[in-house]
Design a binder for this molecule. Structure first.
Ligand code: ZN
Ligand code: ZN
Length: 346
């Protein structure tokens, strides 16, 4: 067993504090990872604050994990000590259901086991990556290509795959017009990936504040949604819209921007229900859909794609003592575009 240093919250209104977590003895297919960097995802904040249902505190968040293999179980074949690896939003699934067998473990019919705030197959609570070590079964460990720095790799494990998967599934590519709603951690990755896939990308953001960045990330155009003319000018334009915003938006206004057969896909998860008028969908055979991270095979494809196309998130590295401050800044939209914790400061 390894006793890892970690940062945890003890309740919805608490600050992070230093703690320790015991990682399980290596099972035959387990990999022990020495974590080097962990990204801060908006989901960490929702969960830490108890906004997504009851949480068993203390909670150690973090599901954008990059590090080095430091030990392996006796039957591990995919990894060896010293390998550069990552772990994303899930650490296990049943492995037997139809969806798991298809490589869509995130949609496991028995529920995937999330990296934190879940219960593993040993009946123990899962604790995430704001920690010096983690033990994960090799099937849920990703290989990080050499050309991607471990600090930049971390946010790919959630923000990267969450946007890559719907772009891939709905065939973003040459000849397709893709709009990205919101230019935060998820949105900036969606722009870079969709552009690299060959699609024509438009950013729809509340203001034009980040226009220069958006165009630099590969967007062809950038519109402010606070300007009502945007919705008349772009009516019927897009084949695919990826909505990364976690707040309530006027869905019908965005659906009106879809072309024939277009799809609006939600990856942002607002707490309140969204209203859809059937007549926003029917006249142009439009679809409204959702998408959850991606399977393990697809996550590896995403990492390889990012390496091949030189794509990395824009990050700001912080120390472990700055997590509370970083949370405040994420809530104030004051981050370009992802905070990553340097675990050596733990
Ligand atoms: Zn996340
Ligand atoms: Zn399953």
């Amino acid at each position: 067993m390894v006793t890892a240093k970690a940062r945890a919250v003890n309740g919805p209104d608490q600050n992070f504090r230093e703690t320790e977590v015991t990682r399980r003895e290596l099972d035959t297919t387990d990999v022990l990872i020495e974590i080097k960097f962990a990204g801060i995802c908006h989901s960490d904040i929702h969960t830490a604050h108890g906004e997504w249902g009851e949480v068993n505190y203390p909670l150690i968040p973090g599901h954008e994990i990059a590090g080095i293999v430091s030990d392996i179980g006796e039957n591990v074949t995919k990894y060896k000590v010293g390998d550069r690896v990552g772990v994303g939003c899930m650490v296990d699934s049943c492995g037997e259901c139809e969806n798991c067998r298809e490589g869509e473990e995130q949609y496991c019919l028995k529920g995937n086991i999330p990296t934190y705030a879940g219960t593993d197959k040993y009946g123990e609570p899962t604790q995430g990556g704001y920690s010096t070590h983690i033990v994960v079964t090799e099937e849920f460990v990703l290989s990080i290509p050499d050309s991607i720095g471990l600090d930049e790799a971390a946010p790919l494990l959630c923000a990267g795959i969450t946007t890559f998967s719907p772009l891939n599934h709905w065939n973003a590519g040459p000849g397709k017009k893709v709009a990205v709603v919101g230019m935060g951690g998820l949105g900036h990755m969606a722009v870079k990936i969709a552009h690299a896939m060959g699609a024509e990308v438009t950013v729809l953001s509340r203001t034009l504040n980040k226009k220069e960045d958006g165009l630099q990330f590969g967007a062809k155009s950038y519109f402010a949604t606070s300007d009502e003319d945007t919705f008349t000018e772009l009516a019927g334009t897009f084949d695919l819209i990826i909505n990364t915003v976690s707040a309530k938006i006027d869905l019908n206004a965005y659906l009106s921007l879809l072309a024939l057969n277009g799809s609006l896909v939600n990856v942002g998860a607002p707490a309140e229900p969204l209203e859809v008028n059937a007549f926003s969908l029917i006249p142009h055979r439009r679809s409204f859909a959702g998408s959850l991270i991606g399977g393990i095979r697809e996550t590896q494809d995403m990492l390889n794609f990012c390496a091949e196309h030189n794509i990395a998130p824009n990050i700001e590295i912080i120390s472990a003592d700055d997590i509370d401050h970083a949370y405040k800044r994420v809530l104030d939209s004051d981050v370009k575009y992802r905070f990553v914790i340097d675990i050596s400061t733990m």
